[in-house]
Design a protein around this ligand. Structure first.
Ligand code: ADP
Length: 665
């Protein structure tokens, strides 16, 4: 190699550095390990180059002590005009295909080296980082590497000063003017911290150049925008804005002053096309002599949405026809009164600000009002509801229901009152009460009328029935056949009328019943019913099966008697000519109820009448077929309803009927 004058001087300097000094070695080792860490690289070296060799003085991840000058990558740095070399993809770069680091030594994919140099440009050595895979360094990593390079130069300078040679110190220019030269190591650590802060910041952050090329994005930005780091390297920052925002955003960037932050609310577009509103804070800064921009992007979609929602909520409150008041906890003066309240009261907002709830509530003395709000003030109660009257500006009064709460409003404790004008409610409640009373009165008059009429009718009916019976027994032989037939109709009619009147009386009694439930032994009730029906049972040779177990239900024994008398009676009655009645009664006990099942082998009931038969006066047969009044099942239904129970039937013509009764326990 042809040693020029320049090279000669460089070598002279080298001679003045005691590169075997252990203290220097230790400091240089620290720098290489910092460089490896910051640049996330497995290899970092500091080497000094004499005429023939590169002496490796500090290293991480590299096991050689020296390399022939022509086989070292660091030689490239010494020869490069800019005194720094970055090869992002060594293996893929044809220019370096010859180099021993591509195939002979450890196969290196990435190299970044910088010269440790003097003011005169004498490069005495290099600081470099290497990686096996191709990669690039972020602007922050690059900046930190430059700072470390300055630190290494500074260490060497100290050594030269000691030996009375070149004064490098004053001429070392720091790449980052904000970092003092004598504290470069601290600055490197600072860069380390900033890199971490940048990486893990929860605010999406981008760094890009003035051509809008994205140079760096933190993890959070990748998450927010949905791009991978590689994808971002191929797009411009403009691609992150929706079309309509583009001109505006670029205009702002064009006029961005150096090191001045401004915040703008704008829209951004994710990879999937979705758009969000964000507060962008761009800042122009210099890295070396290259202007760059970093921008923080704070997604404020939720805040904007919430503000919109709050605004519409406030509008709803303002427009509400219910009256809403907010008043001070201490002075009780109104802070806010909605439109509905002002409208109803007839006051303006200015008027009402001078008032307190006491001015609107004539029924309240200050002491009485304090009694209401004290439990809210102390937190003993969260809500107080009371009814009172409000006085309008014109002195007229209206009924109100007040819902009072203590809350925080604009950082202050306040009372909020939601007030419902109950004038209409009170009026309609009064009307309803009056109407109800009228109905109850009319109903009881009707019941009284029905009962007294039925009762009064019994007397003349008894006369008709007794005298026609007398006529029948005494004068039967004296009457001709026609007269006897007429007499039979009179007796029969009066008997049926008697039954009808009895049933009407029974129904009105049940209707009016306000019975008290006591435990009733149902077996005894059945015994009584069967005893009273003995004549029919014997005449028809009826077969009646009852449960053996003793059953007791909460009821009234007379009412229960009427139910079973009607149901068993019907089972005995509604039967085809000549069929022997068979009636089966079973009982089932459930958790909350008793169920009785009464089955007969009678004529059955068509499906369309299964509900209708429980209505008053419903008869499915003429009196010539089966006698009756059509009131029995209506009475049963009424009694079951009084028990809050249920009754229903399952039946088919000529297949018998099954009546189900359910009584709550
Ligand atoms: P009635 O006094 O006519 O028996 P009910 O109210 O007891 O009045 O019965 C109403 C109608 O329901 C009866 O007219 C009859 O047609 C029908 N019915 C009631 N029970 C039975 C039954 N067990 N089998 C068939 N039909 C019945």
């Amino acid at each position: 190699m042809n040693i020029t004058e320049f090279e000669k001087q460089r070598l002279d300097i080298l001679k003045n550095i005691n590169i075997h000094d252990s203290k220097i070695e230790q400091e240089l080792n620290e720098i290489t390990s910092l460089a490896a860490r910051i640049c996330n690289s497995p290899i970092a070296l500091i080497s000094f180059c004499d005429g023939q060799k590169h002496h490796i003085k500090a290293n991480v991840g590299f096991n050689k002590k020296e390399l022939p000058r022509d086989k070292s990558l660091c030689s490239l740095v010494l020869e490069a005009e800019e005194r720094s070399v970055i090869i992002p993809d060594l293996q893929g770069d044809k220019e370096y295909a010859w180099h021993p680091f591509v195939n002979e030594y450890q196969k290196i994919g990435f190299y970044a080296g910088m010269a440790l140099q003097s003011k005169e440009g004498y490069a005495v050595g290099t600081l470099c980082v290497m990686d096996y895979a191709p990669k690039t360094l972020s602007p922050i990593q690059l900046s930190a590497l430059k700072n470390l390079n300055v630190e290494a130069s500074f260490i060497l300078q100290k050594e030269l000063d000691k030996n009375g040679s070149l004064n490098l110190k004053e001429n070392i220019s720091s790449p980052d003017p904000s970092i003092p030269n004598n504290n470069i190591k601290a600055a490197s650590e600072k860069a380390d911290i900033f890199q971490h802060m940048f990486k893990f910041s929860l605010i999406p952050t981008f760094i890009y150049d003035l051509d809008l090329n994205i140079l760096e994005a933190n993890d959070c930005a990748l998450d927010e925008f949905g791009y991978s780091r590689e994808e971002l390297q191929n797009i411009k920052i403009a691609a992150l804005h929706p079309e309509k925002q583009l001109d505006n955003s670029l205009l702002i960037l064009d006029n961005l002053p150096l090191l001045n932050t401004i915040s703008i609310t704008t829209e951004f577009k994710r990879k999937d096309g979705s758009v969000f509103t964000a507060e962008a804070t761009p800042c122009k800064f210099m890295l070396g002599n290259k202007p760059l921009i970093h921008v923080f992007i704070k997604n404020i979609s939720c805040r904007v949405k919430m503000e919109k929602e709050n605004a519409s909520l406030a509008q709803i409150l303002q427009r509400s026809l219910n009256e809403i008041y907010i008043f001070d906890v201490k002075t009780l003066k109104f802070n806010y009164v909605n439109r509905g309240a002002l409208h109803n009261l007839g006051y303006s907002m200015e008027d009402v600000r001078e008032l307190t709830p006491l001015d609107l509530k004539p029924e309240f003395t200050p002491e009485k009002f304090q009694d209401i709000i004290t439990p809210l003030r102390s937190g003993e109660k969260e809500l107080v509801i009371f009814n009172t009257v409000h006085k309008r500006k014109d002195g007229s009064l209206y009924n109100v229901e007040v819902h009072l709460q203590k809350m925080e409003f604009k950082g202050k404790e306040v009372f909020t009152a939601i007030i419902i004008d109950t004038t209409l409610k009170t009026k309609s409640a009064l009307q309803l009460k009056e109407l109800n009373e009228k109905i109850v009165k009319a109903n009881s008059r009707l019941k009284y009328f029905a009962a007294s009429t039925a009762h009064d009718l019994q007397e003349p009916l008894r006369m008709i029935s007794s005298f026609s019976n007398l006529l029948q027994t005494r004068y039967e032989t004296e009457l001709d056949e026609k007269a006897q037939k007429y007499l039979y109709y009179i007796v029969d009619g009066s008997t049926r009328m008697k039954k009808l009147i009895e049933n009407i009386l029974e129904y009105t009694e049940v209707e009016a019943e306000d019975f008290k439930k006591t435990p009733v032994n149902v077996n005894l009730v059945w015994e009584q019913v069967l005893e009273d029906l003995t004549a029919v049972i014997v005449a028809k040779k009826a077969l009646i099966r009852l449960p053996h177990a003793e059953i007791s239900i909460p009821s009234d024994k007379d009412l229960l008697y009427r139910i079973f008398l009607n149901l068993i009676g019907n089972g005995l009655k509604y039967l085809p000519e000549g069929r022997i009645p068979e009636i089966n009664i079973t009982a089932e006990e459930h958790t909350d109820s008793w169920k009785f099942i009464i089955t007969d082998n009678g004529i059955g009931i068509k499906k369309e009448y299964h509900k209708k038969i429980f209505d008053l006066f419903t008869r499915l047969h003429s009196k010539s077929e089966y006698r009756g009044t059509g009131m029995g099942l209506a009475i049963v239904h009424r009694i079951v309803s009084l028990h809050k129970g249920e009754i229903w039937v399952e039946s088919e013509p000529d297949k018998g009927s099954t009546f189900y009764l359910m009584f709550p326990k």
